[in-house]
Unconditional design. Structure first.
Lengths: 319, 429
């Protein structure tokens, strides 16, 4: 009886009795969700254009953030460091296309996936040699990102909104909007979508596979940099950030690998639901730390009913 | 050129220690974690360890005239890689320094048959203090249970009865290391009437602790005690500031007292405390020797020689060096073996006078070990962040041994039973 109370009554009573705290939980979940969605977008873009599951997206977040901080530590002004980091991410995109992807064109998907694991391991080792393993401080103030917080008192309670988090949500929103416009309204964006829809047909009308691959890897690099700045501002920049990036995997399972909408909605859903579950059910009933597995269980449940994810394409193959 | 040197070093490290055992001298490998999510803690500690041994080799030609072959095997704090490193280095090693409670627990049963002492200063399984049961394991100068006891005494202001009715949150890594203080804190909660709230942080959530700090906000504990390592510490401190938790009610174990973690919040971290069995002493003669023989000759990678963790690394290598020196003196040989080092570690006598001779006065409290006491129980100081650096807060604290010892005896007996047949040193009183 007590168990049933803890599952069906107490959590909702808590929510009603402390609505300010519920709003705080939802806000924290929203911020995490936006960042999960950003990482997932990087995966989706590359997958849509090349059918490659880019395992290196997580380490790209770390690498971009470390490059930015490293350049600034060398005395380069903050915004020039951002420009140079974008240059480095472009160089990485070109190198990956030339050295890794181009020689593997036509190989089975699993080979390309393995190649991205290789890129991950290379970037971990290379990054540690160049930047070291110490936790670094994100150059938040130098970038002009506001610090401090907004304290609200809804329902006579307390709601703290960090300026950094508000900035992250706004910037992520603008980035997603820009991406959608780019993909839908520009020639190159349509080329990316065409490649995702049908490789052979896209090639036959003169779309350059190499150019598109470089472009999507570069866009994934931009997303990685924005994500790295946002996460790094919250908790510092270290190789532990790579682990957070794997949170995008259940987002992809939930939202579908090809769907930009799925990545965004999946990220937001997982971000908010895992926080709600941890605070109101996971902690009191299971001792906490449910965020480590909750997203995967949620994604698996969705896969039972929709194997292609919530927004993925249903593939029907006739035999 | 510096990058090239780093590349060469990385290549050499990644090629493993195949050649290490072939080199002359006493082979004392260190299972390091300079990479991965915990590197922020590991790098300064391992720099300190290495620099002290390099200084001894350069200044004195080693210990007792025998050079120390202080090779590193990188584990990335992974238990699997740590066990692999242990297996790879054990053939000629006189000691193993596992550098993780997880690795220590895996290696612990093997050392009885391999007959290699485990040296785990300030970490590992707390009941290892009982040398009668754990003949090959050493965790000087203080165990985690000692640390938990000293933190609780500081919170209680010396009178444990004042803890009655309080709520204490333990924010801990969900890993053997982070779970280590739970038995002693639970026993204290039962004895002194405070409520213990466990707030675990998963390895994947180290940099995403908003849920944990929401829990802390809801529970409103009187104090938060952090058992954190690596990237977890910096995130927790940032979250504490963000959620406006009173920093003077926030305590950390000695691995959660890294200068760099606090520098990121600066002034806002003022009042945060960390228990520490080591104390940076910038003017200590040993620091001048390290500067002269290691730093000035370009052999160090450490940028801040006065940080808490770097100087703690120096103390850790001093403990090993003293064990080696004691064994050399006892057995009349320079090239000691693992069994002889075990005797040396069991007969450490780090007195005030000896610390003065070593040029390390004030860097660690005096302590000594014996066959039944493999920890030494030196006590520790409370460090407090003043907005710019850690400073000593109050006098040396001592663990309540009368409370901890029965638990140690019970848990070591339980361990021996669970791993029977487990050899017990019956000669040890």
């Amino acid at each position: 009886m007590e168990l049933l109370n803890k599952i069906f009554v107490a959590p909702f009573a808590d929510m009603v009795s402390a609505p300010d705290f519920l709003m705080q939980v939802l806000w924290e979940g929203l911020v995490s969700g936006v960042l999960y969605a950003l990482i997932a977008l990087g995966f989706v873009l590359i997958y849509r254009s090349s059918r490659i599951f880019n395992f290196a997206q997580g380490i790209m977040v770390v690498f971009a953030a470390l490059t930015l901080v490293g350049l600034h530590e060398m005395g380069v002004p903050a915004w020039i460091s951002v420009a140079l980091t974008l240059g480095v991410m472009f160089g990485l995109a070109v190198t990956v296309e030339r050295v890794v992807l181009r020689p593997l064109v036509g190989q089975p998907d699993i080979i390309l996936f393995m190649a991205t694991i290789g890129i991950t391991l290379f970037l971990i080792g290379f990054g540690e040699i160049i930047f070291g393993g110490e936790n670094k401080q994100m150059i938040t103030a130098d970038l002009g990102i506001p610090t401090g917080d907004v304290v609200l008192e809804p329902f006579g309670g307390l709601l703290i909104l960090q300026h950094i988090d508000i900035t992250a949500v706004v910037v992520a929103g603008l980035l997603v909007l820009g991406l959608l416009l780019f993909l839908n309204r520009t020639r190159m964006g349509r080329a990316i979508r065409a490649l995702g829809d049908d490789h052979q047909a896209a090639l036959s009308v003169g779309i350059s596979l190499q150019t598109v691959w470089v472009l999507v890897w570069f866009i994934a690099g931009i997303i990685a940099l924005v994500t790295g700045i946002a996460w790094g501002s919250r908790a510092g920049v270290s190789f532990a950030l790579e682990v957070i990036a794997y949170k995008a995997l259940p987002v992809l399972m939930l939202g579908g690998l090809e769907s930009i909408t799925g990545a965004i909605i999946g990220g937001l859903m997982i971000g908010m639901l895992e926080k709600l579950f941890e605070i109101y059910w996971g902690g009191p009933l299971l001792g906490g730390n449910t965020e480590s597995w909750f997203a995967y269980v949620l994604a698996l449940i969705v896969l039972l009913f929709r194997p292609q994810g919530l927004f993925g394409e249903k593939i029907i193959e006739r035999v | 050129m510096k990058t090239f040197t780093k590349l060469t070093l990385a290549t050499a490290l990644s090629l493993g220690l195949g050649g290490a055992a072939m080199a002359e001298g006493i082979f004392a490998p260190n299972l390091t974690y300079r990479t991965g999510p915990f590197a922020a803690t590991g790098i300064p500690l391992m720099n300190g360890q290495k620099d002290y041994m390099t200084m001894l080799n350069e200044r004195d030609g080693g210990i007792g005239g025998v050079p120390i072959n202080f090779e590193e095997c990188e584990t990335g704090y992974s238990t699997e890689k740590g066990v692999e490193c242990y297996e790879r280095t054990k053939a000629n090693a006189v000691v193993t320094q596992p550098w993780s409670t997880g690795i220590t627990l895996q290696v612990l049963p093997k050392t009885n048959t391999d007959m290699i002492p485990i040296l785990a200063p300030g970490y590992g399984f707390s009941p290892m203090a009982n040398g009668k049961v754990f003949q090959w394991a050493f965790n000087p100068p203080a165990s985690y249970w000692d640390g938990a006891s000293m933190i609780m005494q500081h919170i209680a202001g010396g009178d444990m009865s004042t803890l009655s009715g309080k709520k204490i949150a333990l924010l801990h890594l969900d890993h053997p290391f982070g779970k280590e203080p739970i038995p002693v804190l639970e026993a204290m909660a039962a004895e002194y009437g405070f409520e213990l709230v466990l707030v675990p942080v998963g390895l994947k959530e180290m940099q995403n602790q908003s849920a944990q700090w929401l829990t802390i906000r809801r529970e409103r504990p009187d104090n938060v005690v952090m058992w954190g390592w690596g990237a977890m510490n910096a995130s927790a401190i940032a979250e504490a500031v963000k959620t406006k938790y009173p920093m003077d009610q926030f305590y950390g174990v000695w691995w959660a007292g890294h200068d760099a973690d606090l520098k990121q919040v600066g002034e806002a971290g003022t009042g945060y405390k960390s228990i520490s069995w080591s104390m940076p002493q910038p003017d200590a003669p040993v620091m001048a020797d390290i500067k002269q023989h290691v730093a000035d000759t370009g052999m160090t990678e450490q940028e801040d020689p006065n940080s808490v963790f770097y100087q703690r690394g120096i103390v850790i290598s001093m403990i090993l060096a003293e064990g080696i020196a004691a064994a050399q003196a006892e057995f009349g040989t320079g090239e000691i073996n693992a069994e002889q080092l075990r005797w040396g570690l069991e007969n450490l006598d780090i007195s005030e006078a000896r610390l003065a001779e070593l040029g390390m006065t004030g860097m660690v409290p005096p302590f000594s070990t014996s066959c039944s006491n493999h920890t030494g129980h030196s006590g520790a100081w409370m460090l407090e962040w003043d907005g710019e650096k850690f400073v000593q807060s109050g006098d040396l604290l001592q663990a309540d041994r009368s409370f901890i010892e029965p638990l140690e005896l019970a848990q070591s007996a339980e361990y021996a039973d669970a791993n029977a047949p487990w050899p017990i040193n019956e000669d040890c009183e």
